[in-house]
Structure formats: structure tokens, C-alpha cells
Design a protein. Structure first.
Lengths: 116, 118
């Protein structure tokens, strides 16, 4: 079985440009998560979805960030306009809903974003 | 508020030594979950273990073992007879219940960089 798939793996862009990161969760997983990893702040949860519906977006840093999940097999995280401080590794993760509480989150390989 | 503390920023050992990575957490939830993930130099995050708050039994998986103690709010990870391939950043994480009562919101510690030298 394929794991979580993210694209692109690396992205270099200039300040002010729009950036779109993509994620395909593990087939059958009900939950999808977007995280950001930086040296200063570590791993932070940005937003997560259950059955394509955003549940908690309190970690989204500001209005320049938006995330969508149009179907069960695809999600995007968009930054518009991008700024140098957005440079980070962005991870997508997915998990299978359980009848009780939680299940393990499996992570994709990450997208390393550099904004010049 | 919820917090995960990994006090050891970096640890360096020689191959075959045993090493323990510490994790201390704070939560007001009565039901919670603890995790360890490994991030090797290649950058991906690899799941190692999940433990719920009602199960304090220690777990052993090969050279890996975990010691969960609710009384001290700790979930420590020991690698026995370390190997060079164990070199990675190790993250401890704690789940938090959302408004619906599901524990899907993970809070990660800052990580411990383990270097195993030959």
C-alpha cells in the first residue's frame, strides 16, 4: 500500500508568489492533517479535516494560508502571497477514524518550501 | 494548555551503548494518547509507538522499549545496544481532545537529536 503522497518534494519560489502544496492521503483514511516544521517552532499542526470537512484550523498562521479537501483522496495547502518566513517543511498526515478517540497519524515525506 | 517537554536537545553515544530519551508531558485531559516518532536524516516522520493513558504497561519492541509513568507524567524511550542507523531526531507527541471529544490534535515536543557514533 502506498503511504501518504506529497508533491512537490521541494519548492523554491519568490516572495509574493502563490504556492500550492498537494497531498494524497492513505486510501480509506478519514482524517487528514497539515503540519509545518521549522527550527524555531518545531512541528505545528496547521489544520485538519475529517471526511473532507475542516475540523480545526486554529493553527493556520494567517489569512494568506488556506487549505481545501475537495475529495477523500486529495488536499491542497495554498499560500498566497508567500513570504520568506513561510520557508519550512510542510507535512501532510492521515489517519483512520476509530470508534473511540484516535488512531495513529502516518506522515508523508514532506515538502521543503523555500521562499526567497 | 498542553505541553510536551523533551529536555535533551542532543545526545551523542557510541555504538552499542544504551540510551534513554526523556519525555515529560502536561495535560488536563483524562483520556489522552502519547506517541513517539523518528525523523531520520532523510526527513520523513516514522511512527514508532502509540500508548493510551489507561495503559501503563511498558512495551518492548526489539531494541526499543518505552516506560510510561502517569505518576510522573513521563513517557521515556530507551534504545538498547544503539546502532548508527538509530541516528535521528526523535519526537514525543501528545494528543489533545477536540471539541467533539476525539483525540486527533497532536502536540509535539521539540525533539531530541540522537547521534550514534561508530
Amino acid at each position: 500500500d502506498a503511504g501518504v503522497i506529497q508533491s512537490p518534494r521541494h519548492e523554491v519560489t519568490e516572495m509574493g508568489q502563490e504556492v500550492t502544496l498537494r497531498c494524497k492521503p492513505i486510501s480509506g483514511h478519514d482524517y487528514l492533517f497539515w503540519y509545518r516544521q521549522t527550527m524555531m517552532r518545531g512541528l505545528e499542526l496547521l489544520i485538519y479535516f475529517n471526511n473532507n470537512v475542516p475540523i480545526d484550523d486554529s493553527g493556520m498562521p494567517e489569512d494568506r494560508f488556506s487549505a481545501k479537501m475537495p475529495n477523500a483522496s486529495f488536499s491542497t495547502l495554498k499560500i498566497q502571497p508567500s513570504e520568506p518566513r513561510d520557508s519550512a517543511v510542510y507535512f501532510c498526515a492521515s489517519s483512520l477514524a476509530q470508534s473511540v478517540s484516535t488512531d495513529t497519524q502516518y506522515f508523508g515525506p514532506g515538502t521543503r518550501l523555500t521562499v526567497l | 494548555a498542553q505541553k510536551v517537554t523533551q529536555a535533551q536537545t542532543e545526545i551523542s553515544v557510541v555504538e552499542k551503548e544504551d540510551v534513554t530519551l526523556d519525555c515529560v508531558y502536561e495535560t488536563r485531559d483524562t483520556t489522552y494518547y502519547l506517541f513517539w516518532y523518528k525523523q531520520p536524516p532523510s526527513g520523513e516522520l516514522v511512527f514508532l509507538i502509540r500508548r493510551n493513558s489507561f495503559d501503563e504497561q511498558n512495551e518492548i519492541s526489539g531494541r526499543y522499549s518505552w516506560n510510561f509513568q502517569k505518576s510522573t507524567s513521563s513517557f521515556n524511550f530507551t534504545i538498547t545496544a544503539s546502532q548508527v542507523v538509530d541516528s535521528a531526531v526523535y519526537f514525543c507527541a501528545l494528543s489533545e481532545a477536540d471539541s467533539g471529544g476525539s483525540n486527533y490534535k497532536l502536540t509535539f515536543g521539540k525533539g531530541t537529536l540522537l547521534t550514534v557514533n561508530p
